[in-house]
Design a protein around this ligand. Structure first.
Ligand SMILES: Nc1ncnc2c1ncn2[C@@H]1O[C@H](COP(=O)(O)OP(=O)(O)OP(=O)(O)O)[C@@H](O)[C@H]1O
Length: 496
């Protein structure tokens, strides 16, 4: 068990430092207990100094308590539905008061979270139950509207001598010998962070050895970094916190290290309760990674590292000697597979947008239709041919291969079309070279232009036409007269 859990104060008197602030809190509790509702308490201060611990001790004074993380469920609706109803109606819990602890109130951020802050403001206004809000950053913008509605308690870091005294008690209880100078060194280096000080003591403590200043300094200034596999082996194979802490001193993305440890716990640990405990520590580490991301406070990393390192290592009953191969986290193989799928999708969409002159996203939106079309063998072949899809790309739309019979038939057809196309083009080319219009309805005289220019044909005809000689005009007149007689007859016939 981690010593921070084992020695978490159970009573206010066990809490180190902040005595004045603790007095305000106890007065607040007394008022509630006497039936005088109070505005919520807002405990603000750096990590690891006992804010949550205080809230949990106070919770024992009320009939029930509920602990929520404000930054987990951010929207107004969710926060309201989670605690809004319960905080405004006492009947749900009878006449007893229920303490509502809302942690990480300053973790609410971004545009979506305006609703979250607003929701908290409304809950505060309507709440008939005692509320304790917890935050790290006193100057956070997100607290601006909340602060005036609360009794703000600014919690301070603990002094090194108070921390050192607490460490001495823990060391005694654990039966570890530590030189006073070493205790001071750990306390000073923790810079007021009690959690970090206790974790460091646990990491260095060794029942067979008196802990001295050199041990403490050695750990902090250690400069040899191990690689990820040594770190995982250190955590899973060792039960000595000092070794684990040393192994975890690596230059690697700590969330990656956590994934590796999580993946390999059930391969190394044998008993159910060991595995369960180990995963519990992984989840705690994960919570601190979440807090790091939200707050950009990288100080949280050290807690995460302690949970997934020392926490996981001490979850086992014994160290298992057999060799276990360290596996890459399945989450990465899954992500890799998904990346492969995405690449395939994008490759097909690229071909479609090029051939069909459509956008990438429209191409992707057509995939379901393609899946239907690909059910037809011939269509599947046609589309694949048109888009120039390879085998893997075709498989994206149909598992079954296109039958060989269909492929042969379609390829033959396509070859035939290619021959016809080639002949047509050859003919076209020949015609162009001879500057002749390709065969049309009337046989060519050889005089026409190979293409049409509006007006040019008539001009040419007119200019070529010669003036008729006199006999020809007389002859023409005679024929005209004959023609006229013929039509006159026809007209009389038709007039009946
Ligand atoms: N003032 C304190 N007195 C005694 N122990 C403490 C004190 N502060 C912290 N601890 C130890 O550190 C552990 C973590 O403390 P706690 O969760 O209360 O810190 P916190 O201020 O709420 O930090 P965070 O802001 O990260 O949530 C406790 O379980 C306890 O072992």
């Amino acid at each position: 068990m981690l010593w921070t859990d084992k020695y978490r104060p159970q009573e206010l008197s066990q809490v180190v430092g902040n005595k004045k602030e603790i007095k305000i809190i106890t007065d607040w509790v007394d008022q509630w207990k006497q039936g005088n509702p109070q505005i919520p308490l807002l405990l603000v201060g750096p990590p690891g100094i006992g804010k949550t611990t205080l809230a949990l001790i106070i919770a024992k004074e009320f009939s029930e308590s509920i602990e929520l993380n404000a930054s987990d469920k951010r929207s107004q609706d969710v926060i309201k539905s989670t605690i809004g109803e319960s905080s405004s109606s006492r009947s749900l819990f009878g006449d007893e008061y229920k303490l509502i602890i809302l942690d990480e109130v300053d973790g609410i951020h971004g545009t979506n979270d305006r609703g979250g802050v607003k929701a908290i403001g409304e809950i505060i206004k309507n709440s008939q139950h005692p509320m304790i809000l917890i935050a790290n950053d006193f100057y956070s913008k997100r607290l601006q509207s909340i602060k005036p509605k609360c009794t703000v308690i600014k919690m301070k870091k603990s002094r090194w001598n108070s921390i050192s005294a607490l460490l001495r008690k823990i060391a005694q209880a654990e039966g570890v010998e530590v030189e006073p100078a070493a205790l001071k060194e750990i306390a000073v280096k923790s810079q007021g962070d009690v959690r970090s000080a206790i974790n460091t003591l646990q990491a260095l403590a060794d029942k067979d050895h008196v802990l001295d200043v050199d041990d403490v300094e050695g750990m902090v200034t250690k400069d040899t970094r191990s690689d990820i596999f040594n770190a995982i082996t250190g955590v899973l194979k060792s039960k000595t916190p000092a070794h684990v802490k040393e192994a975890m001193w690596i230059e690697e993305d700590p969330t990656l290290v956590m994934e590796y440890i999580a993946e390999n716990i059930p391969r190394e640990y044998k008993k159910k309760d060991e595995i369960q405990k180990a995963y519990d520590y992984i989840s705690k580490a994960d919570i601190f990674f979440g807090r790091t991301n939200r707050s950009r406070n990288y100080g949280y990393w050290k807690y995460a590292s302690d949970f997934m390192g020392i926490g996981v290592s001490i979850s086992k009953h014994e160290t298992y000697k057999k060799f276990t191969k360290i596996q890459t986290p399945t989450i990465f193989t899954t992500m890799g597979r998904n990346r492969g799928k995405r690449n395939l999708r994008d490759g097909i969409a690229e071909k479609m947008s090029e051939k069909m002159h459509i956008s990438h996203s429209i191409a992707i939106s057509m995939f379901p239709y393609l899946e239907i079309m690909f059910k037809n063998d011939e269509l599947a072949w046609e589309i694949s041919y048109f888009l120039d899809l390879d085998e893997t790309e075709i498989k994206r739309f149909r598992k079954k291969k296109i039958p060989k019979k269909v492929v042969d038939k379609m390829e033959k057809q396509r070859a035939q079309m290619r021959v016809e196309e080639r002949d047509r083009r050859a003919e076209e080319l020949k015609n162009q070279m001879m500057n002749v219009i390709p065969e049309v309805d009337e046989p060519s005289t050889g005089d026409e232009l190979p293409f049409e220019i509006p007006g040019i044909g008539e001009v040419k005809e007119e200019s070529v036409e010669e003036e008729p000689v006199e006999e020809e005009v007389i002859e023409e007149e005679k024929t005209e007269k004959k023609e006229k007689k013929k039509t006159d007859k026809q007209v009389s016939l038709f007039s009946f």
